[in-house]
Ligand binder design. Structure first.
Ligand code: SR1
Ligand code: MG
Length: 389
């Protein structure tokens, strides 16, 4: 018999008392604050402290009960958070408690920070966002890879992060549906000609298929799996990466691709004069990721070929090329697929909104098809600023 029941604000408060996370005499208040696509998030405030309780629902909240979804994802998220806490403690919320049967994780309340997407949309630039995120990505990926763990330990860990249902969401929503007339797609009528062009572009479809195969078959490292700007809390000085329920072993380039795609879409939503700090983040995250991955490679590497001339350089170039393709796919699906981004949808003036969405679609398709042409983040930014041939 399943012990699962979905929490209410009242039962969440009772649970806190039962778990002794607050004094029995403390007066607690509780609010459901989740604005994501899948879960409930409760904030519980006592006299001296507060915590977050995240509970997975047995279906996708964004669609409803017609889309059943495994509760296993709460356990994946809890274990991924704990691992991230080992590799990147400064950038990961603390986990206080988890319960697999209730599908809950109780963690540090980060309400003193703001979701990076929300802040970027209101003009915040978060000077350390890319530095911290680049370190987070390099440390969590490198630390869970064959290079750091050795193939045996890595395979054992990989086996514990099989996440077929959430991978299926990504395989469908990111890698497949936007390229066909699928029910999940969602776009405004004015974009129909742009979307039809995508559906008819057989070269683009071939590249999407190649990138999908990479996602299906590569097991380089434990990915966050959904590292967009809505999965990051930030301030001027702090950055915390949340929500790794899509975690699984996948290709090295995936997480940095999603982060940079979401930066680019934010840039497209801004007036041109205000884009520079966001473009700078794209360059910084690549610089920091490369430097940190290189440092870890040289400090702790179990691979016999590690110091072979050209191996690291080849790997970094390969990661960059795959990431450029994944980035393009994320830009396309966030514009015409099921799950949009507020950066683009929130532009009130229709002409400007359509222009930003068209830029996201055309740059996305270009990066997918022409990913082999690009070798530096400066070139990606230049293509977005100046267009491409
Ligand atoms: C049905 S879930 C839709 C999207 O929300 C998540 O955050 C992932 O990005 C997923 O693709
Ligand atoms: Mg999420």
């Amino acid at each position: 018999m399943s012990l699962y029941e979905s929490l209410t604000t009242e039962s969440a408060v009772s649970l806190m008392k039962k778990l002794d996370l607050f004094a029995k005499s403390d007066t607690l208040s509780c609010q459901e604050i989740g604005d994501g696509n899948l879960n409930y998030v409760f904030r519980i405030i006592g006299t001296e402290k507060s915590v977050i309780v995240k509970q997975a629902l047995p279906y996708a909240k964004v669609v409803g009960e017609s889309w059943p979804l495994t509760l296993e994802r709460a356990d994946i998220e809890n274990r991924a958070l704990r691992l991230h806490g080992q590799f990147a403690p400064h950038y990961t919320p603390k986990v206080y408690y988890s319960d697999k049967s209730l599908a809950i994780t109780i963690m540090e309340d980060l309400s003193h920070l703001e979701i990076a997407r929300t802040g970027l949309m209101t003009g915040m630039d978060y000077p350390l966002l890319a530095q911290h995120t680049g370190e987070f990505i390099a440390r969590t990926l490198y630390g869970t890879s064959d290079f750091a763990l050795g193939p045996q330990e890595k395979k054992k860990l990989q086996n514990t992060f099989c996440n077929p249902e959430l991978c299926a969401i990504t395989e469908g929503l990111v890698f497949t549906d936007p390229f066909f007339d699928a029910n999940t797609n969602d776009f405004e009528e004015a974009l129909h000609p742009d979307v039809a062009k995508i559906w008819q572009d057989s070269a683009l479809k071939l590249h999407a298929a190649q990138l999908k195969r990479l996602f299906l078959t590569s097991g380089d490292a434990l990915l966050h799996g959904d590292l967009h700007t809505g999965s990051i809390f930030a301030s001027q000085t702090e950055t915390k990466v949340i929500d790794p329920e899509f975690a699984f072993y996948g290709p090295f380039g995936f997480d940095i691709a999603h982060f940079t795609a979401n930066l680019f879409m934010n840039a497209f939503s801004r007036e041109e004069s205000r884009r520079a700090p966001v473009y700078a983040h794209v360059v910084t995250v690549w610089d920091v990721f490369t430097a940190e991955f290189t440092r870890l490679w040289n400090e702790n590497n179990t691979e016999a070929f590690a110091q072979t001339d050209g191996y690291l350089e080849w790997l970094l170039a390969d990661i960059f090329e795959q990431a450029t393709g994944f980035m393009g796919l994320e830009m396309i699906r966030r514009t015409i697929g099921l799950a949009h981004v507020k950066d683009l949808d929130g532009i009130e003036e229709e002409a400007r909104r359509l222009e930003a969405k068209r830029q996201s679609l055309s740059m996305g398709a270009h990066f997918v098809k022409e990913r082999a042409r690009y070798t530096t983040a400066d070139q990606l930014v230049a293509a977005c600023k100046e267009g491409f041939e």
